[in-house]
Design a protein around this ligand. Structure first.
Ligand code: AMP
Length: 282
């Protein structure tokens, strides 16, 4: 099986971390061509983020990792095998801070500069808002200042770059994140291999969102502690050699740990350990 991944840009680091965390052993070398995965029958093809969709469409790669925004821009109908939760951003419409437009509809009749011309054209056409799309390959946010357009459609995550360039968002066209896409034929022919890879990636992503908690407590406090620990399928409760004491193990949302620990302590837990989860398959 062949997986195409970005060789440059902001999706590279999180993608490589995900693949390594999933247990794939490969050398990155100069990220120029192909890396053979040592422990799984898989080749990793390093290509430009913008080219991933094409490689998968043409079956040069069976699977690929790219941004959902680029998939939308390609207008290829590739199946999304799994959303990967990183590389989150929005494709947003924006105007100079002091412009009149307040809503996306107010862009009717204006020129819009964007590096996502197809997705932008389609979005406005679907809503029957007439706009003139000016395709640019970069530096979209300076287009209004250069007099190339009255508005832009650009990717943002925090919005800081846009604000720095004196732009104000008037609405989002789509929200994006990294996605695992597949070639439709390959997905059918290699259903088990694809499933295994997708499951492993999903297991890493699930694991990252959770923590494994271990603690000791007096058996009589079990009810209070259980109420605090819904866990995945309820906590495991293990009797300890010391009479009247139990150990409780539970999986909790990583975001909850901060508020949970003092409450567990208050409910009688001692020796509380918080452990990372490498992989989790619910
Ligand atoms: P690159 O241009 O190679 O750094 O990668 C661009 C891809 O990263 C985009 O197509 C998006 O899918 C994703 N991305 C995530 N956050 C942002 C952002 N704030 N600006 C641009 N691209 C982003």
């Amino acid at each position: 099986m062949t997986l195409a991944v970005p060789n440059k840009g902001r999706l590279v680091d999180p993608t490589l971390r995900l693949l390594h965390d999933a247990g794939l052993q490969f050398e990155e070398r100069d990220r120029s061509l192909v890396s053979r995965v040592e422990n799984v029958d898989l080749d990793i093809l390093f290509v430009r983020t913008n080219d991933v969709v094409e490689f998968v469409r043409d079956a040069v790669a069976d699977l690929g990792i790219t941004g959902a925004d680029l998939l939308a821009e390609s207008e290829e109908d590739l199946p999304v095998v799994r959303r990967l939760g990183y590389g989150r951003c929005r494709l947003t419409a924006a105007v100079p801070r002091d412009a009149l437009a307040q809503r996306v509809e107010d862009l009717a009749g204006l020129r819009i500069a964007t590096s996502h011309p197809r997705a932008t054209r389609r979005w406005f056409a679907d809503r029957a808002i007439p706009v003139q799309v000016i395709p640019l390959s970069g530096a979209v946010e300076v287009a209004p200042r250069l007099g190339l357009a009255e508005a832009v459609v650009d990717l943002v995550s925090t919005g800081t770059t846009m604000a720095t360039n004196g732009l104000r968002s008037v609405g989002d066209l789509l929200s994006s994140e990294a996605v695992l896409v597949g070639n439709a034929v390959a997905l059918e022919e290699r259903v088990d291999d694809v499933d295994r890879l997708s499951t492993m990636l999903g297991a890493v992503l699930e694991g990252r969102r959770r923590k494994y908690l271990m603690m000791n407590a007096p058996a009589e406090r079990l009810g209070d502690l259980e109420a605090l620990l819904p866990g995945l399928a309820g906590p495991s409760v293990i009797p300890l050699a010391h009479a009247g004491m139990i150990a409780i193990h539970a999986v909790v949302d990583a975001d909850d740990v901060w508020t949970l620990l003092p409450r567990l302590k208050g409910a009688g837990a001692t020796g509380i350990l918080v452990l990372p989860i490498e992989k989790l398959i619910p």
